[in-house]
Design a protein around this ligand. Sequence first.
Ligand code: PEP
Ligand code: MG
Length: 614
Amino acid sequence: MTPPAPDCGPGAGNTPPAERRFKGHAASSGCVVAPVLVLSRISPADGVREFQISGARVSSEIARFEEAKKETRRQIEALNDELAASARPEDAAIFEGHAMLLEDEMLHGSIVGRISSGRINAEAAVIRSVKEFRSVFERMSDRYMRERAADLDDLGRRLLANLAGGGDSRFDSIVEPCIIVADDISPSETVSLPKGLVLGFATDRGSVTSHAALIARALGIPAVVGLGNAVRSVQPGDMAALDGDCGELILSPSPATVAAVGDRSAATRGGRRAPQAIGPVSLADGRVVSLSANVQDGIPLASIAESGACGVGLYRSEYLWLRESREPSEDEQAAAYSRVAGYVATSVYPGARTVIRVLDIGGDKLLPGVTPEPNPFLGNRSLRFLLSSPAVFRAQLRAILRASARAPVAVMYPMVATLDELRAANAELGHAMSQLAFAGIPFDPGIRRGAMIELPSAALNAAAIAAETDFLSIGTNDLVQYTLGADRGNDSVAYLYQPLNPAVLKLVDMTARAAAGAGIPVAVCGESASDPVAAAVWVALGVDELSMSCGYVPSIRRALSALSSSALDGLAAEIRRRWDRGTASDMQDFVRGYLSSHVSDPASASLFQLPGNV
Ligand code: PEP
Ligand code: MG
């Protein structure tokens, strides 16, 4: 029997002409209907109107610019003070470039000259001057000077925001419940979304594994990304329906659409409220798979317990840094780790463990104001950054160890590229233990250490890595991007983002075999674990644990409990037989068909037909 297709398209009813649909990628499940708030990137290229001013208005326009400049100076000084308090001299320098540019006499003269001689409004003068200076900086051979171009953009945005009378944040204008529509939202912005007011968001750029999407999942709000050109079509206050399951933003939805979306939203909420099974999931013939939660600072702890997860498989510690835009102290970190691990062990599942991943900064997760490296995903990020900043690394390891004395925690290293890095990280852990032992501070000396497999080099070398760790965790978000060479956040190469590409399947298979050979468990903690099709494939290939955003645990539980391990063994054999002669979409079609016809309960077949990550 063909399972029913989800009610996702315009064919579902009579579409009034005023309704406009934008198709993107389903990034976080759920449906909502609300007014739209458009967050525009204030960019020299678009958005702000240029107009002529009279001679009489010149002095007041210059005064307006001077006021905005003063406010900008105040903001930069405040950011500087905040960073100086973090006691890291390299951080304190971040906004010095902005301050120098702000006081630059040539830039100032150029803006004022455009207002007084060109007789244009202050916003237009700022835009034109920033653009002119930017193109000069960009052409310079000196890398330091080229990087100042990004500082100029930042400074320009700040000046424009202050000219508009607005504060420092794009979110200041949010005062009532809304759906945000934006070009893009950075990870540090996502952590400061005003909770309760932002019911969902839709972005023109981004992909389902971009960090903004992951945060939406963690917050349990619907999100659609990669819409292409929705921002330009939306007027503030337009009503919209956001469908995070089908990946659609529907502007001016018809009453029929509102009713349909409302029904699905009620069904989702009902599903979430239903009493959940808790703990590991048993397949139809007894094999057990652990289901854990991916979390970070700022999510309601109760959502972990409500999900039915049996622990935390990934605590993204970098959000402690991103939320405050500064380095948290060792004490603050120890308190945060103890709080979540204590909750997990007592209120989520008795004795359950929290896997704390050490700072995974870099790539698209930049501290505000940090100038990105030329190629940040291949730069000094994650474990590389920590190994080159031993004071930061040791403070974090000590904080994790201190938490281990209060509740079960494990430490996990992201982006391990080589065995040398793993050894160096383990040595740092040993060093942090010695420091605590010397100071008489308690910790768990048997704390489990895990390595993330996110790079092809780590998967290919998984046997050596497994020999020197206690568990492996496959980060498919990054593994897919580094295997296919396709930026996980770039919608224009989203077609290459293929978790079921044979190359990825082979790397996951190698990793699972290496873990089994070493007698250690292996998890998948990338978002693909929340897709029923991919989750089944990972379990078929030998993965013991799946870790995902809380909201997805119940549906993965339902999907896996409808399968037997003998059916999954058959699936693994078929995958291995086919992977040298098929494309990712051949594989996807085959797996969907196989799973739909091997469920023990026919009603579950539709779970393997929903649009998802794969
Ligand atoms: C991953 O890469 O799959 C992962 C879990 O890490 P993050 O998404 O935080 O990069
Ligand atoms: Mg990663």
